[in-house]
Design a protein around this ligand. Structure first.
Ligand SMILES: NC(=O)c1ccc[n+]([C@@H]2O[C@H](COP(=O)([O-])OP(=O)(O)OC[C@H]3O[C@@H](n4cnc5c(N)ncnc54)[C@H](O)[C@@H]3O)[C@@H](O)[C@H]2O)c1
Length: 344
Protein backbone atom coordinates (compact mmCIF):
# COMPACT_ATOMS: atom_id res chain seq x y z
CA UNK A 1 0.00 0.00 0.00
CA UNK A 2 1.10 3.57 -0.73
CA UNK A 3 -0.18 5.97 1.92
CA UNK A 4 -1.31 9.36 0.63
CA UNK A 5 -2.33 12.64 2.24
CA UNK A 6 -3.34 16.10 1.05
CA UNK A 7 -2.34 19.38 2.70
CA UNK A 8 -4.52 22.42 1.90
CA UNK A 9 -8.24 21.57 1.79
CA UNK A 10 -9.44 24.25 -0.64
CA UNK A 11 -10.76 24.24 -4.20
CA UNK A 12 -8.15 22.23 -6.07
CA UNK A 13 -7.79 19.69 -3.26
CA UNK A 14 -11.12 18.24 -4.46
CA UNK A 15 -9.52 17.31 -7.78
CA UNK A 16 -6.62 15.56 -6.01
CA UNK A 17 -9.01 13.74 -3.68
CA UNK A 18 -11.13 12.57 -6.62
CA UNK A 19 -8.02 11.29 -8.38
CA UNK A 20 -6.84 9.44 -5.26
CA UNK A 21 -10.22 7.79 -4.85
CA UNK A 22 -10.36 6.84 -8.55
CA UNK A 23 -6.84 5.38 -8.57
CA UNK A 24 -6.84 3.76 -5.12
CA UNK A 25 -7.68 0.15 -5.98
CA UNK A 26 -5.75 0.13 -9.25
CA UNK A 27 -2.52 1.48 -7.79
CA UNK A 28 -2.78 0.28 -4.17
CA UNK A 29 -3.16 3.78 -2.74
CA UNK A 30 -4.54 4.30 0.76
CA UNK A 31 -5.87 7.86 1.18
CA UNK A 32 -4.99 8.28 4.84
CA UNK A 33 -5.44 11.91 5.86
CA UNK A 34 -6.01 15.54 4.99
CA UNK A 35 -4.38 18.55 6.63
CA UNK A 36 -5.35 22.20 6.75
CA UNK A 37 -4.03 24.99 8.93
CA UNK A 38 -7.69 25.47 9.79
CA UNK A 39 -8.55 22.14 11.44
CA UNK A 40 -12.28 22.66 10.97
CA UNK A 41 -11.75 23.01 7.20
CA UNK A 42 -9.79 19.75 7.20
CA UNK A 43 -12.48 17.99 9.20
CA UNK A 44 -15.26 19.17 6.89
CA UNK A 45 -13.24 18.12 3.85
CA UNK A 46 -12.62 14.64 5.31
CA UNK A 47 -16.31 14.24 6.20
CA UNK A 48 -17.30 15.31 2.69
CA UNK A 49 -15.02 12.66 1.21
CA UNK A 50 -16.65 9.99 3.37
CA UNK A 51 -20.10 11.14 2.33
CA UNK A 52 -19.17 10.98 -1.35
CA UNK A 53 -18.39 7.26 -1.08
CA UNK A 54 -20.64 4.87 0.84
CA UNK A 55 -22.74 6.16 3.71
CA UNK A 56 -20.31 5.06 6.43
CA UNK A 57 -18.26 7.65 8.27
CA UNK A 58 -15.07 8.80 6.52
CA UNK A 59 -11.99 6.83 7.49
CA UNK A 60 -9.83 9.70 6.26
CA UNK A 61 -8.29 11.51 9.22
CA UNK A 62 -8.06 15.29 9.57
CA UNK A 63 -5.11 17.19 11.05
CA UNK A 64 -4.31 20.86 11.65
CA UNK A 65 -0.61 20.82 10.78
CA UNK A 66 1.99 18.85 8.87
CA UNK A 67 4.14 18.05 11.96
CA UNK A 68 1.06 16.46 13.57
CA UNK A 69 0.37 14.44 10.42
CA UNK A 70 3.94 13.15 10.28
CA UNK A 71 3.95 12.37 14.01
CA UNK A 72 0.76 10.30 13.76
CA UNK A 73 0.81 8.68 10.30
CA UNK A 74 3.24 7.04 7.94
CA UNK A 75 2.82 8.94 4.67
CA UNK A 76 4.46 7.98 1.35
CA UNK A 77 3.07 10.75 -0.89
CA UNK A 78 1.94 14.23 0.15
CA UNK A 79 -0.17 16.33 -2.24
CA UNK A 80 0.46 20.04 -1.53
CA UNK A 81 -2.53 22.16 -2.55
CA UNK A 82 -1.91 25.31 -0.52
CA UNK A 83 -1.42 28.94 -1.65
CA UNK A 84 1.78 29.77 -3.54
CA UNK A 85 3.75 31.16 -0.60
CA UNK A 86 3.07 27.92 1.29
CA UNK A 87 4.55 25.58 -1.34
CA UNK A 88 8.26 25.49 -0.63
CA UNK A 89 8.26 25.29 3.17
CA UNK A 90 5.77 22.41 3.15
CA UNK A 91 7.56 20.61 0.29
CA UNK A 92 10.91 20.81 2.14
CA UNK A 93 9.28 19.58 5.34
CA UNK A 94 7.86 16.57 3.51
CA UNK A 95 11.14 15.77 1.73
CA UNK A 96 13.01 16.00 5.08
CA UNK A 97 10.64 13.32 6.36
CA UNK A 98 11.38 11.11 3.35
CA UNK A 99 7.92 11.75 1.87
CA UNK A 100 7.37 12.04 -1.90
CA UNK A 101 5.57 15.18 -3.04
CA UNK A 102 3.04 16.22 -5.67
CA UNK A 103 3.14 20.02 -5.54
CA UNK A 104 0.56 22.28 -7.14
CA UNK A 105 1.75 24.96 -9.56
CA UNK A 106 3.41 27.43 -9.62
CA UNK A 107 6.61 26.16 -8.05
CA UNK A 108 6.66 29.09 -5.60
CA UNK A 109 5.52 32.68 -5.19
CA UNK A 110 9.08 33.98 -5.64
CA UNK A 111 12.22 32.81 -7.47
CA UNK A 112 14.41 32.76 -4.35
CA UNK A 113 11.90 30.48 -2.62
CA UNK A 114 11.88 28.14 -5.62
CA UNK A 115 15.69 28.13 -5.65
CA UNK A 116 15.73 26.85 -2.03
CA UNK A 117 13.95 23.70 -3.18
CA UNK A 118 16.14 23.25 -6.24
CA UNK A 119 19.29 23.64 -4.09
CA UNK A 120 17.96 21.04 -1.65
CA UNK A 121 17.30 18.58 -4.48
CA UNK A 122 20.78 19.18 -5.93
CA UNK A 123 22.28 18.36 -2.54
CA UNK A 124 19.99 15.34 -2.03
CA UNK A 125 19.72 13.71 -5.46
CA UNK A 126 18.66 10.31 -4.07
CA UNK A 127 15.86 11.63 -1.89
CA UNK A 128 12.11 11.26 -2.40
CA UNK A 129 10.47 12.20 -5.70
CA UNK A 130 8.68 15.42 -6.49
CA UNK A 131 6.25 16.40 -9.24
CA UNK A 132 4.89 19.85 -10.01
CA UNK A 133 1.31 19.82 -11.24
CA UNK A 134 1.53 20.92 -14.85
CA UNK A 135 -1.19 18.46 -15.79
CA UNK A 136 -1.98 20.14 -19.11
CA UNK A 137 1.12 18.50 -20.56
CA UNK A 138 -0.96 15.29 -20.43
CA UNK A 139 -3.80 16.74 -22.52
CA UNK A 140 -4.35 15.00 -25.85
CA UNK A 141 -3.62 18.27 -27.67
CA UNK A 142 -0.32 18.81 -25.81
CA UNK A 143 0.85 15.24 -26.30
CA UNK A 144 -0.03 15.27 -30.01
CA UNK A 145 1.67 18.62 -30.56
CA UNK A 146 4.80 17.43 -28.73
CA UNK A 147 4.78 14.29 -30.92
CA UNK A 148 4.42 16.36 -34.12
CA UNK A 149 7.24 18.68 -33.08
CA UNK A 150 9.50 15.69 -32.31
CA UNK A 151 8.72 14.09 -35.68
CA UNK A 152 9.91 17.15 -37.62
CA UNK A 153 6.83 16.92 -39.90
CA UNK A 154 5.77 20.52 -39.21
CA UNK A 155 8.99 21.96 -40.65
CA UNK A 156 10.42 25.27 -39.46
CA UNK A 157 8.33 27.31 -37.03
CA UNK A 158 7.85 30.92 -38.13
CA UNK A 159 6.27 32.07 -34.89
CA UNK A 160 3.76 31.35 -32.14
CA UNK A 161 0.71 33.15 -30.77
CA UNK A 162 -0.93 32.33 -27.47
CA UNK A 163 -3.78 33.67 -25.37
CA UNK A 164 -5.45 33.03 -22.02
CA UNK A 165 -8.70 35.00 -21.94
CA UNK A 166 -10.81 34.07 -18.94
CA UNK A 167 -13.27 35.64 -16.56
CA UNK A 168 -13.12 36.27 -12.83
CA UNK A 169 -15.49 37.85 -10.32
CA UNK A 170 -14.52 39.99 -7.32
CA UNK A 171 -15.77 37.09 -5.16
CA UNK A 172 -13.02 34.82 -6.51
CA UNK A 173 -10.58 37.11 -4.72
CA UNK A 174 -12.61 38.20 -1.68
CA UNK A 175 -13.38 34.57 -0.72
CA UNK A 176 -9.68 33.60 -0.87
CA UNK A 177 -7.83 36.92 -0.46
CA UNK A 178 -4.33 35.40 -0.95
CA UNK A 179 -5.14 35.04 -4.67
CA UNK A 180 -5.13 38.81 -5.12
CA UNK A 181 -2.29 39.61 -2.73
CA UNK A 182 1.21 39.96 -4.15
CA UNK A 183 2.82 38.90 -0.87
CA UNK A 184 1.08 35.50 -0.94
CA UNK A 185 0.56 34.75 -4.63
CA UNK A 186 3.62 36.45 -6.12
CA UNK A 187 1.43 37.71 -8.99
CA UNK A 188 -2.01 37.41 -10.57
CA UNK A 189 -3.00 36.18 -14.01
CA UNK A 190 0.53 35.11 -14.94
CA UNK A 191 1.28 33.24 -11.71
CA UNK A 192 -2.09 31.67 -11.09
CA UNK A 193 -3.75 31.09 -14.46
CA UNK A 194 -1.44 31.64 -17.44
CA UNK A 195 1.51 29.81 -15.85
CA UNK A 196 0.18 26.55 -17.37
CA UNK A 197 0.34 28.10 -20.83
CA UNK A 198 3.80 29.57 -20.19
CA UNK A 199 4.88 26.06 -19.17
CA UNK A 200 3.46 24.55 -22.38
CA UNK A 201 5.07 27.25 -24.54
CA UNK A 202 8.52 26.59 -23.13
CA UNK A 203 7.98 22.82 -23.33
CA UNK A 204 7.06 23.09 -27.03
CA UNK A 205 9.45 25.84 -28.12
CA UNK A 206 12.33 25.78 -25.64
CA UNK A 207 13.41 27.91 -22.71
CA UNK A 208 12.92 31.64 -22.95
CA UNK A 209 16.07 33.60 -23.79
CA UNK A 210 14.44 37.03 -24.01
CA UNK A 211 11.22 38.22 -22.41
CA UNK A 212 9.52 41.59 -22.71
CA UNK A 213 6.07 42.51 -21.56
CA UNK A 214 3.67 44.61 -19.58
CA UNK A 215 1.15 43.84 -16.89
CA UNK A 216 -1.76 45.91 -15.63
CA UNK A 217 -4.74 45.70 -13.32
CA UNK A 218 -7.53 46.82 -15.60
CA UNK A 219 -10.73 45.61 -13.96
CA UNK A 220 -10.09 44.55 -10.37
CA UNK A 221 -7.82 47.32 -9.08
CA UNK A 222 -10.14 47.94 -6.13
CA UNK A 223 -9.99 44.26 -5.07
CA UNK A 224 -6.46 43.01 -5.82
CA UNK A 225 -2.88 44.26 -5.89
CA UNK A 226 -1.76 41.85 -8.64
CA UNK A 227 -2.31 42.03 -12.43
CA UNK A 228 -5.44 40.87 -14.22
CA UNK A 229 -4.03 41.51 -17.72
CA UNK A 230 -0.67 40.97 -19.43
CA UNK A 231 1.00 40.86 -22.79
CA UNK A 232 4.43 39.52 -23.60
CA UNK A 233 6.94 38.88 -26.33
CA UNK A 234 8.98 35.75 -25.62
CA UNK A 235 11.98 34.62 -27.64
CA UNK A 236 12.78 30.92 -27.11
CA UNK A 237 16.15 29.21 -27.35
CA UNK A 238 14.93 27.65 -30.62
CA UNK A 239 14.90 31.21 -32.04
CA UNK A 240 11.09 31.11 -32.35
CA UNK A 241 9.16 33.94 -30.72
CA UNK A 242 5.74 33.89 -29.06
CA UNK A 243 3.30 36.78 -28.92
CA UNK A 244 1.25 36.27 -25.76
CA UNK A 245 -1.90 37.98 -24.46
CA UNK A 246 -3.78 37.16 -21.28
CA UNK A 247 -6.61 38.71 -19.30
CA UNK A 248 -9.12 37.83 -16.61
CA UNK A 249 -11.37 40.75 -17.54
CA UNK A 250 -13.46 38.98 -20.18
CA UNK A 251 -17.13 38.20 -19.57
CA UNK A 252 -16.60 34.47 -20.17
CA UNK A 253 -13.89 31.82 -20.47
CA UNK A 254 -12.44 31.44 -23.94
CA UNK A 255 -10.40 28.34 -24.68
CA UNK A 256 -6.70 28.75 -24.08
CA UNK A 257 -4.98 29.13 -27.46
CA UNK A 258 -1.55 28.21 -28.74
CA UNK A 259 -1.11 28.68 -32.47
CA UNK A 260 2.07 27.66 -34.28
CA UNK A 261 2.71 29.07 -37.73
CA UNK A 262 4.91 26.37 -39.29
CA UNK A 263 6.46 25.77 -42.69
CA UNK A 264 4.17 22.79 -43.38
CA UNK A 265 1.08 23.56 -41.30
CA UNK A 266 -0.85 26.05 -39.22
CA UNK A 267 -1.34 24.30 -35.88
CA UNK A 268 -4.17 25.42 -33.58
CA UNK A 269 -4.29 24.14 -30.01
CA UNK A 270 -7.65 25.21 -28.64
CA UNK A 271 -9.79 22.60 -26.84
CA UNK A 272 -8.16 19.90 -28.94
CA UNK A 273 -5.65 20.23 -31.72
CA UNK A 274 -6.27 21.09 -35.37
CA UNK A 275 -3.44 20.72 -37.86
CA UNK A 276 -4.09 22.57 -41.12
CA UNK A 277 -1.46 21.10 -43.44
CA UNK A 278 -0.33 23.27 -46.35
CA UNK A 279 -1.26 20.42 -48.72
CA UNK A 280 -4.93 20.87 -47.73
CA UNK A 281 -5.30 18.01 -45.22
CA UNK A 282 -6.89 18.90 -41.87
CA UNK A 283 -6.16 16.65 -38.87
CA UNK A 284 -8.17 16.95 -35.63
CA UNK A 285 -7.36 15.53 -32.21
CA UNK A 286 -10.25 15.80 -29.72
CA UNK A 287 -9.58 16.55 -26.05
CA UNK A 288 -10.87 14.17 -23.37
CA UNK A 289 -14.10 15.08 -21.60
CA UNK A 290 -14.05 16.67 -18.17
CA UNK A 291 -15.57 14.25 -15.67
CA UNK A 292 -14.23 15.73 -12.44
CA UNK A 293 -15.96 18.27 -10.25
CA UNK A 294 -12.89 20.41 -10.89
CA UNK A 295 -13.39 23.27 -13.28
CA UNK A 296 -13.00 22.34 -16.92
CA UNK A 297 -10.81 25.33 -17.78
CA UNK A 298 -8.13 23.99 -15.38
CA UNK A 299 -7.65 21.17 -17.87
CA UNK A 300 -8.74 17.58 -17.58
CA UNK A 301 -5.53 15.78 -16.85
CA UNK A 302 -4.81 15.95 -13.10
CA UNK A 303 -5.63 12.27 -12.73
CA UNK A 304 -3.24 11.30 -15.53
CA UNK A 305 -0.34 13.18 -13.95
CA UNK A 306 -1.11 11.75 -10.52
CA UNK A 307 -1.37 8.22 -11.95
CA UNK A 308 1.93 8.63 -13.77
CA UNK A 309 3.65 9.86 -10.60
CA UNK A 310 2.46 6.91 -8.48
CA UNK A 311 3.33 4.43 -11.23
CA UNK A 312 6.87 5.82 -11.46
CA UNK A 313 7.56 6.05 -7.70
CA UNK A 314 9.93 3.07 -7.91
CA UNK A 315 11.93 4.42 -10.89
CA UNK A 316 15.53 5.56 -10.50
CA UNK A 317 15.22 8.85 -12.36
CA UNK A 318 13.40 11.97 -11.09
CA UNK A 319 9.82 12.58 -12.21
CA UNK A 320 9.83 14.32 -15.60
CA UNK A 321 7.93 17.45 -14.46
CA UNK A 322 9.96 18.36 -11.39
CA UNK A 323 11.07 21.65 -9.84
CA UNK A 324 13.71 22.34 -12.51
CA UNK A 325 11.14 22.02 -15.28
CA UNK A 326 8.73 24.16 -13.28
CA UNK A 327 11.34 26.86 -12.74
CA UNK A 328 11.22 27.81 -16.45
CA UNK A 329 7.61 29.05 -16.44
CA UNK A 330 8.16 30.82 -13.11
CA UNK A 331 11.17 32.53 -14.65
CA UNK A 332 9.12 33.71 -17.64
CA UNK A 333 6.35 35.12 -15.43
CA UNK A 334 8.86 36.94 -13.23
CA UNK A 335 10.73 38.27 -16.28
CA UNK A 336 7.49 39.77 -17.61
CA UNK A 337 7.00 41.55 -14.27
CA UNK A 338 10.58 42.89 -14.34
CA UNK A 339 10.23 44.04 -17.93
CA UNK A 340 6.94 45.75 -17.13
CA UNK A 341 8.44 47.52 -14.11
CA UNK A 342 11.43 48.74 -16.18
CA UNK A 343 9.26 50.30 -18.85
CA UNK A 344 7.09 52.30 -16.43
N1 LIG B 1 -3.16 22.73 -11.48
C1 LIG B 1 -4.26 23.47 -11.57
O1 LIG B 1 -4.91 23.51 -12.60
C2 LIG B 1 -4.71 24.26 -10.38
C3 LIG B 1 -6.04 24.71 -10.30
C4 LIG B 1 -6.42 25.45 -9.18
C5 LIG B 1 -5.48 25.75 -8.19
N2 LIG B 1 -4.19 25.33 -8.33
C6 LIG B 1 -3.17 25.66 -7.31
O2 LIG B 1 -3.54 25.00 -6.11
C7 LIG B 1 -3.12 25.79 -5.00
C8 LIG B 1 -4.32 26.04 -4.10
O3 LIG B 1 -5.29 26.80 -4.80
P1 LIG B 1 -6.82 26.82 -4.31
O4 LIG B 1 -7.51 27.74 -5.20
O5 LIG B 1 -7.32 25.43 -4.13
O6 LIG B 1 -6.62 27.50 -2.86
P2 LIG B 1 -7.69 27.67 -1.69
O7 LIG B 1 -7.48 28.99 -1.07
O8 LIG B 1 -9.04 27.29 -2.18
O9 LIG B 1 -7.24 26.53 -0.64
C9 LIG B 1 -6.00 26.57 0.03
C10 LIG B 1 -6.15 25.85 1.37
O10 LIG B 1 -4.85 25.74 1.97
C11 LIG B 1 -4.95 25.99 3.36
N3 LIG B 1 -3.62 26.40 3.86
C12 LIG B 1 -2.97 27.56 3.66
N4 LIG B 1 -1.74 27.55 4.22
C13 LIG B 1 -1.61 26.33 4.79
C14 LIG B 1 -0.57 25.68 5.52
N5 LIG B 1 0.61 26.30 5.76
N6 LIG B 1 -0.78 24.42 5.98
C15 LIG B 1 -1.96 23.81 5.76
N7 LIG B 1 -2.98 24.35 5.07
C16 LIG B 1 -2.81 25.59 4.57
C17 LIG B 1 -6.02 27.07 3.45
O11 LIG B 1 -6.60 27.13 4.76
C18 LIG B 1 -7.02 26.62 2.38
O12 LIG B 1 -8.01 25.76 2.92
C19 LIG B 1 -2.50 27.06 -5.58
O13 LIG B 1 -1.11 26.89 -5.64
C20 LIG B 1 -3.09 27.13 -6.97
O14 LIG B 1 -2.25 27.83 -7.88
C21 LIG B 1 -3.81 24.59 -9.39
Amino acid sequence: MTNAAIVGCGDVATVHAEALEALASDLGIKFVAVVDKDLETAEKFATGLGAAGDSSESSIKAYGSLPTLFAKEKIDVLHITTPHDQHIGLALEALHHGVNVILEKPLANELDQAQRLIDYLDENPDGPKIAVCYQNRYNVSSQELRRLLDSGELGAINGAYSSVVWTRTPGYYTQKPWRGQQAHSGGGLLMNQAIHTLDLLQWFLGEATEVKGTVSTDKYADVIDVEDTAHAYIRHESGVHTSFYGTLTNSRHRHVEIELDCENALVELRDGLVVNWTDGRVERFEERNQESEGRSYWGVSHELLIRDFYEKLGDQEPFWIGPREAMSSLDIAKSIYSSSAETR
